[in-house]
Design a protein around this ligand. Structure first.
Ligand code: 1HN
Length: 351
């Protein structure tokens, strides 16, 4: 829709008037109104971007040599969307992602902060995160939550590198000027299996006492990949071709999305399957857990493989196709739909 009247520019205003405004900390709205409020649809800065794990991995391992953990605290390479400028730490407008490396015997010290995080384990064995004293093993594909202001520290008791994808609502919290961290002493670790193996073993069953006691906002902090994968396969057996085989990670006590800001979900593409994702107002990051995928984000095509990451802006058209005609492919998706829903701006559009 370009039939809107053209608004006046800054240059049209007398210099003396502009100077008077500037010295008074005033700015005329009309020259920048369209920029802040485009007509018809948003004009995201986020550009469709593909990060290849085959390119990240050697650079991350090099960081293992160049940046001792004591000097880095968190040894991370940020997946910076070039549309936001590389220093802004944006993967999309609201989502921060990075790939983190921890080497055998290292610990990433205990802290807590206002932004919320999740980790999706990419490679290696023996890594673990401790959240509020609960020891959460990190196996490939596992999802681990570290919600806002929950103590967390990472360790590695195995051999070989351990790598995971971090996703945080950092751009949001930072834009609120509310981003900060507190350092803490190492946690006292409860030597017991985490809640995914004890209190929340199966969908539809919760501890009886949780029915009339408060169990906290985050009863479950870990979703083991082998269970998510099996659930996707079961859902696929009862989902028509062309319909997404798509599961959301939710709070087992409330059924709500597991974090207030970001949403997490897992997708399975059956052999040879091609899927047009329902277009919506949320921005998203896709991570290939297993398989080879052709992705189209608006007008850009990407060939993504195991552990690669893709960024799609709000309102983007996304098509995904499994390149294999024999094996299923699996994707992990992060989006900002939960926050959009809460503030009443979430929209989904017909295909
Ligand atoms: C953070 O605390 C972690 O705990 C990783 O592993 C990445 C990026 C920005 C701010 C805090 C972690 C982070 C982070």
């Amino acid at each position: 829709m370009n039939d809107a009247p053209k608004l006046g520019t800054l240059e049209e205003l007398p210099l003396e008037y502009r100077t008077a405004l500037t010295t008074t900390n005033l700015v005329p709205l009309w020259p920048s109104l369209r920029g802040f409020l485009p007509h018809g649809h948003p004009a995201p800065q986020t550009v469709p971007t593909h990060w290849r794990y085959s390119e990240i991995r050697p650079l991350l391992l090099r960081a293992g040599e160049l940046a001792p953990i004591e000097k880095a605290e968190r040894r991370v390479l940020v997946l910076a969307n070039p549309g936001h400028g590389l220093d802004g730490l944006h993967t999309t407008g609201t989502i921060y992602c990075g790939m983190q490396l921890i080497l055998p015997g290292e610990t990433a010290p205990n802290h807590r902060h206002t932004p919320s995080a999740v980790r999706l384990v990419v490679e290696g064995e023996g890594g673990f995160t401790v959240v509020n004293g609960e020891r959460l093993p990190m196996n490939r594909g596992d999802l681990i939550l570290t919600p806002s202001m929950n103590w967390h520290e990472h360790g590695h008791a195995g051999s070989g590198p351990v790598v995971w994808l971090d996703a945080l609502d950092l751009p949001l919290v930072f834009s609120m000027e509310a981003s900060y961290a507190i350092e803490g002493a190492p946690q006292r670790v409860r030597n017991a299996p985490d809640a995914s193996a004890t209190r929340y073993r199966r969908a539809g069953l919760v501890p009886y006492t949780s029915l009339d006691t408060q169990c906290g906002d985050y009863p479950l902090l870990r979703w083991p990949w082998h269970e998510v994968r099996a659930a996707l396969q079961a859902l696929a057996s009862d989902t028509e071709a062309g319909q997404p085989v798509h599961l959301a990670y939710v709070n087992p006590q409330t059924g709500a999305e597991c974090l207030p800001t970001l949403g997490f979900s897992a997708l399975m593409l059956r052999p040879g399957e091609e899927l047009a994702m329902p277009r919506d107002s949320a921005s998203a990051v896709y991570h290939v857990v297993e398989g080879r995928i052709d992705a189209q984000i608006n007008h850009t095509a990407f060939a993504a493989e195991d552990a690669d990451v893709l960024a799609a802006a709000a309102h983007a058209k996304v098509r995904l196709a499994n390149r294999s005609t024999e094996k299923p492919a699996y994707l992990f998706k992060i989006d900002d739909a939960p926050l959009q829903r809460k503030i009443g701006i979430y929209e989904s559009f017909p295909a």
